[in-house]
Design a protein around this ligand. Structure first.
Ligand code: MV4
Length: 450
């Protein structure tokens, strides 16, 4: 096991990693920008290094600064958290070249899954069900139009390097194809420097269901069921739950085994998430995320496992501490993302926290780096906390969420908490009968003050 690891992140996820390390007897090094000198992750770690000015590109994303922080402190491994350098294959290569260990997948797996065409091709060959569409990239408008006729409209054109909804265009009819094809290519080029696109059948009202997988890098892999993350706004998740309210135990076992076997086959190491669209009882692979995700705590709650501890174990060459047979689901968990944002437009709202009180009690977990008097800097993501509740069943989890939201105090800035109070009044949320479009349609339907 490592003696000391460096956490290349900030906020609640940095605390999450420091906590796992401490329970394992592993010392932790925090890194921070000059804007984060007073941040909780700096206080909670065993030691800290300032890696640059406020701008992420010059601090949390600076590969030389992060490597230097390891060399100065003698940290042997780096946990990247999510975002920042977590899915940067070049970074992983540099880490290895400095005889350090990246706590995460190999550079090669990150590279393959980071390009959506190679990801889909790989998954298809591994027997994972995919959305019907082009075999690889589509180079010309003529090819795109021919494919549109073959697959049948509507179709979606996606940039292979795309993300966050950028470089993604729907063609409802053949007439739409030219515009959609050219726009997707142009967005791919301007946002990611890559104009390669591919085409899929457009699924109109699916759910976003993602399977948590975990591998030991030696050919053993397991799945930890699914999360339903359909409640999103502008490709940002706001409410996530596990198990998925629409997924049967038989469906879970089936898709879970396909995913676990695929990961075993490629000798995947660490935590991963295989994203599907789910419509009319069928799963369609869309993307894989080669990192620990924001919403991992709902999976931890229902399976009773510590995913970060497992990441650190396998990175150190140890086995996973469980097998597939050990993994059984207990109850239901929900996470809501609390952002420092002003409704109704979700405008970022940094500033000083005058009072903070975290909810507690049975089945309540608050992952947050807030404290009384903390000033949220304006330079980073607006996520300031994740409230995770766990109950024996979905109704109990919903009641607990309502109760815990009532206990939470975050004064001094606007937050998305009122959104969750309102969502808990909605029948679709209470029954779990929603899809990827439900949240935006509901927000659009709300009366506006004007
Ligand atoms: C799709 C789709 C419908 N059909 N692909 C959105 C971002 C990227 N991760 C994939 N996305 C979608 N791909 C096909 N073939 C609809 C979406 C989509 C979506 C997916 C998951 C969660 C929220 C979404 C919101 C709008 C569109």
């Amino acid at each position: 096991m490592f003696n000391k690891i460096l956490v290349a992140n900030r906020g609640e996820i940095a605390l999450r990693v420091i906590r796992a390390a401490r329970e394992m007897g592993v010392a932790s090094v925090a890194v921070h920008s000059t804007a984060d000198s007073d941040a909780m992750h700096v206080r909670m770690a065993d030691e800290s290094v300032c890696v640059g000015p406020p701008s992420s590109s010059q601090s949390y994303l600076s590969i030389p600064a992060i490597i230097a922080a390891c060399e100065i402190t003698g940290a042997e491994a780096i946990h990247p958290g999510y975002g920042f350098l977590s899915e940067n294959a070049t970074f992983v290569q540099v880490v290895q070249d400095h005889d350090l260990t990246f706590i995460g997948p190999t550079a090669e797996h990150i590279r393959v899954m980071g390009d959506k065409i190679t990801a889909k091709d790989t998954m298809k060959k591994l027997g994972v069900p995919c959305v019907p569409g082009s075999d690889g990239g589509v180079a010309t408008l003529e090819d795109a139009q021919a494919l549109g006729e073959e697959i049948g409209y509507p179709v979606i054109i996606k940039a292979t390097a795309g993300g966050g909804g950028k470089g993604m265009k729907v063609a409802q009819t053949a007439k739409d194809m030219e515009r959609a094809f050219q726009t997707a290519r142009a967005e791919g080029m301007s946002n990611f420097g890559n104009d390669e696109v591919y085409i899929e059948k457009y699924l109109t009202t699916p759910r976003h269901i993602e399977i948590q997988v975990f591998g030991d890098g030696k050919g053993r892999a397991v799945h930890l069921g699914e999360r339903d993350c359909s409640l999103q706004r502008r490709h940002q998740k706001v409410f996530e739950e596990a198990p998925g309210p629409s997924i049967s135990p038989e469906e879970r076992a089936l898709i879970g085994k396909v995913c676990a076997d695929a990961m075993a086959d490629i000798k995947y190491i660490g935590a991963g998430t295989i994203e599907f669209l789910y419509e009319n009882g069928e799963f369609y692979f869309i993307e894989m995320n080669t990192r620990l995700q924001v919403e991992h705590p709902v999976t931890e709650a229902i399976f009773g496992v510590d995913l970060v501890r497992e990441q650190i174990r396998v990175a150190a060459g140890m086995d996973m501490s469980f097998t597939q047979e050990d993994l059984t689901i207990n109850g239901h968990a929900i996470e809501v993302r609390i952002n420092a944002e002003k409704l109704p437009n979700f405008t970022p709202c940094p500033g000083r926290i005058t009072q903070y009180h975290a909810p507690g009690g049975l089945g309540v977990r608050m992952d947050s780096a807030l404290y009384d008097g903390y000033s949220i800097p304006p330079f980073y993501d607006s996520l300031i906390g994740k409230l995770i509740v766990h109950g024996r069943d979905r109704p109990e989890a919903l009641a607990r969420l309502n109760r815990a939201l009532g206990e939470l105090i975050v004064d001094g800035v606007d937050t998305t908490v009122p959104l969750f109070h309102a969502l808990l009044q909605e029948k679709a949320v209470l029954t779990g009968d929603y899809n990827i479009h439900w949240l935006e349609q509901w927000l659009d339907s709300l009366p506006t003050d004007a």
